[in-house]
Design a protein around this ligand. Structure first.
Ligand code: FES
Ligand SMILES: [Fe+2]
Length: 385
């Protein structure tokens, strides 16, 4: 293994090698049938968004807010946020809404401020804590209680370099509790808190968010939809799936792993021979590549179930980043972008259109489509009481 390589757990490698030997793959107990309506129904979409707002969501990376006082603004599930880096290194999330008459107090995408000032009537708020700082022409108001006129705050936590926001302010559960030890263990070697963003692209697509996640954890399609590219590099319908509570991880084999197996040398296996896609429930998917990790954040459109926004980022570890690695990441992005925009997304758009045409039908997810099954099963558990 090279020093860049991240080792795959021997237990997973053994399971993969067994699958390669026997042409098998991890299987769910049964097929499931997902109503097409789940991709088109406004009620379903509203329920999913309401569910997301009770979970810790990754909304940013620390490298976007390197210094105290740095801020970024971002709209998450229709909610305008200001994320502000505090002197103690933590990040606070405020609702970008003035307590006077509801204006946005920050108009810029990013910058550095100690005070946020609403440009409507000049009320200002401390970046530290969000408290109301000053009110111009205060004497023309009745008594204003400062405590109840600060910026609204949401619970925020940093973990693995990600800024997690919990709109429900659930203090009973930390992000570590939510992720669980297995997800932590998978993310830890990537040193994401010490990583830099080398690719950062956002796309708005006419596709329900779940179809986008499904497409990224699909072990069954490479050789058919990507015959000349990804399908030549990866085995189709050979995968190892590990469930970590609500989260899940699909490991796939590069074809060169079979070559290694045939030569009898497969022992110490890392990301050069196997890729993995870790879905941090519900909408974050982390795809391990040899030298970087791809991170897809998939956001449902707050109004239209048939639309989603996906932000794709490649993170590279600062400690090992060289211009060559960055160049290879750019090349890898070009291949991924080609496959996604010419092959995956057009197919998912067709599915979206067909779902709208026949909402009474169901779509079948077979036993080997276990990782996508897990997402739909978990959503059903959380939503269908
Ligand atoms: S709405 Fe912000 S100061 Fe009036
Ligand atoms: Fe694909």
């Amino acid at each position: 293994m090279s020093k860049l390589d991240i080792r795959i757990a021997p237990e997973v490698v053994q399971a993969m090698l067994a699958h390669l030997r026997h042409d098998t793959t991890d299987l769910a107990a049964q097929d499931i049938h997902v109503p097409a309506e789940h991709f088109t129904s406004p009620e379903r979409a509203r329920a999913e968004i309401a569910l997301m707002k009770t979970l810790p969501l990754t909304v940013a990376h620390v490298s976007e807010l390197p210094e105290p006082g740095d801020f970024i603004t971002r709209e998450v599930l229709g909610t305008p946020l200001i994320l502000s880096r505090q002197a103690d290194g933590t990040v606070q999330a405020f609702l970008n809404m003035c307590s006077h008459r509801g204006g946005r107090v920050e108009a810029e995408d990013k910058g550095t401020r100690r005070v946020f000032t609403c440009r409507y009537h000049g009320w200002s708020f401390d970046a530290k804590g969000g408290g109301l700082r000053a009110v111009p022409f205060q004497s023309s108001f009745e008594q204003i209680e400062r405590e109840s006129h600060g910026l609204e705050r949401f619970m925020t936590e940093l973990r693995h370099g990600f800024v997690f926001v919990d709109f429900s302010n659930n203090t009973a559960r930390s992000v570590a509790d939510y992720l669980g030890p297995e997800v932590d263990a998978q993310l830890e070697p990537w040193q994401l808190e010490q990583s830099v963003i080398v690719i950062d692209r956002t796309f708005t697509l006419g596709i329900n968010w779940k179809l986008l996640v499904d497409g990224a954890i699909d072990v069954l399609h490479s050789q058919f939809l990507h015959p000349g590219t990804v399908g030549e590099l990866f085995e189709t319908n050979i995968g190892v799936f590990r469930q970590y509570g609500r989260h899940g991880q699909l490991f796939t084999a590069r074809k060169k792993l079979r070559t290694l197996l045939d030569s009898g040398q497969a022992a110490d296996i890392g990301t050069r021979y196997m890729a993995s896609n870790l879905v941090v429930y519900p909408n974050l998917s982390l795809i391990a590549a040899p030298e970087h990790i791809e991170c897809w954040s998939v956001w449902p459109d707050p109004q239209d179930p048939g639309k989603a926004t996906v932000n794709i980022r490649f993170y590279a570890r600062k400690a090992v980043l060289t211009p060559e690695i960055e160049q290879r990441a750019q090349k890898s992005w070009a291949i991924l972008h080609d496959a996604a925009s010419k092959e995956d997304w057009p197919m998912e758009e067709w599915i979206q259109q067909n779902a709208a045409l026949r909402p009474g039908r169901t779509f079948r997810y077979g036993r080997s489509e276990i990782s996508a099954q897990h997402l739909h099963r978990q959503l059903a558990l959380d939503l269908d009481h």
